[in-house]
Design a binder for this molecule. Structure first.
Ligand code: HEM
Length: 301
């Protein structure tokens, strides 16, 4: 597999469009409902391959489609794993540093989900504070501070600056997400900034995901997928665990700071490890979920 699998770095054109189309068909449930039957039928690479062969036989077209299928599944892992993990780590850090936020989110989960089950996607509609925690996790410590470079397709003027066609533009996503005009006290993790007086998400507050996933036709193709993963991960973790800094190998409390490390994809320097089940029932729910998923003994609870 060469870098060709990564359609984030291939130029605009038919080869890129074919990848982007297949990605939407298989990963973006929210983007296009009509693709849902294909997604249910072809959830695995091997199924995709079998269906491609059934449709196109042993032909050049089948090999072309298989190459795209292979690339799309490869990039879903390469572009999706580190980035979403980074957002989860920022969320864990925020919960340890801002315990009042954690308590308020858990109160919402207790009210909407209750103690006898884990959260489901449909619960998110009734949990605006959890949705606000997800938004703030995407803003507070941006996964990509500078996004990916873009090239200007026509001469442009911006605030008195002439930007010639072909110039490379690097968007300072970190600065935009920490602009105090949009997000007062930007260093604070404040999910309530997204809520209106009625407790629902206030559409007049700038949605940070319109910045953190990039811009234009190359905007992150996995943003819906990532948003779903992050939302259910945040809801489930808060429902089942109390999160604190934890202790180091010597048993001393870990000192947390809101510092980042990394380059293209950034992560918090320290990640809390003090996750304790909120109750025996919560521990059992997690054990049952692990058994249902058949992923083996991931943890000892
Ligand atoms: C928190 C999670 C994520 C963040 C912050 C993120 C952010 C970004 C950004 C900033 C770009 C560049 C957009 C631009 O050119 O302006 C991008 C591109 C891309 N992302 Fe994501 N991403 C995330 C998760 C994912 C996931 C889960 C997937 C796949 C399952 C994915 C697949 C891609 C791909 C394929 C591209 C290249 C798109 C193209 O050039 O057409 N990303 N992402």
């Amino acid at each position: 597999m060469s870098w060709n699998y990564n359609f984030g770095v291939i130029p605009y054109g038919p080869w890129w469009r074919a990848h982007r189309r297949m990605f939407h068909q298989h990963f973006n449930q929210v983007a296009a409902d009509e693709f849902r039957p294909v997604q249910l039928q072809e959830a695995r690479l091997v199924d995709m391959s079998v269906n491609i062969r059934a449709k196109f036989g042993d032909s050049e077209e089948a090999r072309y489609q298989e190459e795209i299928a292979k690339n799309v599944t490869g990039i879903a892992y390469a572009a999706g794993a580190d980035t979403t993990t980074s957002a989860v780590e920022s969320f864990l850090l925020a919960m340890a540093l801002f315990p009042a936020v954690q308590k308020r989110a858990q109160a919402e989960l207790d009210r909407v989900v209750g103690p006898t089950r884990l959260p489901e996607y449909k619960d998110l509609d009734n949990m605006p504070y959890i949705r606000a925690v997800v938004l703030e996790s995407m803003r507070w410590m941006p996964v990509l501070s500078f996004g990916l470079p873009h090239a200007v397709i026509a001469d442009d003027m911006y605030e008195g600056y002439f930007i010639p066609k072909g110039a490379m533009i690097v968007a300072n996503q970190w600065a935009m997400l920490h602009n105090p005009e949009d997000y007062p006290q930007p260093e604070q993790f404040k999910p309530e900034r997204y809520l209106g007086p009625d407790g629902e998400i206030d559409a007049s507050v700038r949605d940070p995901t319109t910045i953190s996933f990039g811009f234009g036709r190359r905007i992150c193709v996995g943003r819906h997928f990532s948003n779903n993963t992050l939302s259910i991960c945040i809801a489930s973790t808060l429902h089942a665990f109390n999160i604190s800094a934890g202790v180091d190998v010597d048993g001393s409390p870990i000192e947390l700071s809101a510092e980042m490390k990394g380059a293209l994809v950034a992560n918090p320097r320290e990640v809390p490890t003090g996750l304790v089940p909120r109750s025996e029932t919560a521990a059992r729910l997690v054990r049952e979920a692990v058994t249902d998923l058949d992923v083996g003994p991931l943890m000892s609870l």
